[in-house]
Design a protein around this ligand. Structure first.
Ligand code: GLV
Ligand code: GLV
Length: 337
């Protein structure tokens, strides 16, 4: 009989239908926050799983997953997956790299402009019926044009953000674990600097790092103290990269002008100190959420599952495999024998 695929959240039925010739597909009909035990039971009952960031997959959740061969993440970031545990179990993991770069870059700019121009608070003011009281000197924001943009984390998303800076006449500084090739730096018109220089000299700072043990609280009290008091900070990467309590204190005390945040420590909870502030624009982790991009992400996850089991244009070569070495070490072959 056909292998089975579990899809943890409602996605796009016509995209997921591409699995149906080869798999028994079981897609959750509504958004659910599964407990660890519920997730373990779901994973125990399938050969492939397409999961979202709400699903945290580690050794506990994999303990009974004897048939599971691949976990396809509906996200580029995969801090929700324990790759060591997956690799040890000989289970493949994949992400949705690249198809969301442009949408996330657009959204990072939306947050920068929205936070700089106080759009969230201004909209709340209008909706509260206070427009008549708007002053000539009310709602003064800061221009972004001509200011210096600092990008921390210069992967493909960071580079897409940098290319957009040319339209705003903004010089770009970046910091990354490794320096980009010169041709890429030139194309992005971005200059490599140390982290301290980036924090000190940037007017607008965008975070596009993956969350790892090394990047946890990469922006904490000490880093916030290095930034200009006029700076605007944007995080479209992951909660936990910023110390949200320290950020809220800096925003409240005028040590930072504004922030635009799509991700939070411990989301879907948001630190109450951030919720109490007007100089921060908040959104519920939606930077990749356009129809085209969320469809493309679903399609990439489907492609990886198909390819793993030897079907489709990438048969035998899942294009977004995150743990090929671990699989090779475990003697895993795809298509599975
Ligand atoms: C979203 O946060 C993603 O990693 O795709
Ligand atoms: C991670 O999200 C990156 O593009 O660097």
């Amino acid at each position: 009989s056909k292998p089975s695929v579990w899809v943890s959240r409602p996605t796009f039925p016509d995209v997921v239908a591409r699995l149906e010739p080869h798999f028994h597909v079981s897609a959750e009909p509504e958004e659910t926050k599964f407990t660890s035990a519920e997730l373990a039971a779901k994973l125990a009952g399938c050969d492939a799983a397409i999961v979202g960031l709400k699903e945290r997959v580690g050794a506990t959740e994999l303990a009974a997953a004897k048939r599971l061969r691949i976990v396809a993440n509906l996200a580029v970031g995969y801090d929700n997956l324990d790759l060591a545990a997956l690799g040890a179990a000989g289970i493949a993991a994949s992400n949705t790299a690249d198809v969301l770069n442009e949408s996330v870059a657009d959204y990072a700019w939306a947050l920068l402009l929205g936070a700089s121009r106080r759009m969230g608070a201004a909209e709340r003011w209008l909706r509260a019926g206070k427009w008549h009281a708007t002053e000539f000197k009310g709602w003064l924001g800061t221009d972004v044009r001509g200011r210096t943009l600092g990008i921390l984390g210069m992967g493909r998303i960071g580079q897409a953000i940098a290319r957009r800076a040319q339209g705003f006449g903004m010089p770009v500084l970046y910091h990354n674990r490794s320096r980009l090739p010169e041709a890429t730096e030139r194309e992005c018109r971005a200059s490599y600097v140390g982290k301290a220089t980036l924090l000190r000299e940037s007017d607008c700072i965008m975070l596009v790092l993956p969350l790892t043990p090394e990047t946890r609280h990469a922006i904490g009290a000490a880093e916030l103290a290095q930034m200009k008091s006029t700076a605007v900070l944007v995080n479209v990467a992951r909660g936990g990269i910023v110390d949200d309590a320290a950020l809220a204190a800096a925003l409240r005390e005028g040590r930072l002008a504004a922030a635009g945040l799509d991700v939070f420590e411990g989301e879907p909870r948001v630190h109450p100190d951030l919720l109490a502030l007007d100089n921060v624009l908040l959104s519920p982790h939606i930077a990749s959420a356009t129809t085209d991009t969320r469809r493309a992400m679903t399609s990439v996850a489907v492609d990886n599952v198909l390819a793993f089991f030897g079907h489709g244009p990438h048969a035998g070569h899942p294009p977004n495999l995150l743990n090929p070495e671990a699989l090779a070490a475990a003697g895993v072959t795809f298509p599975p024998l």
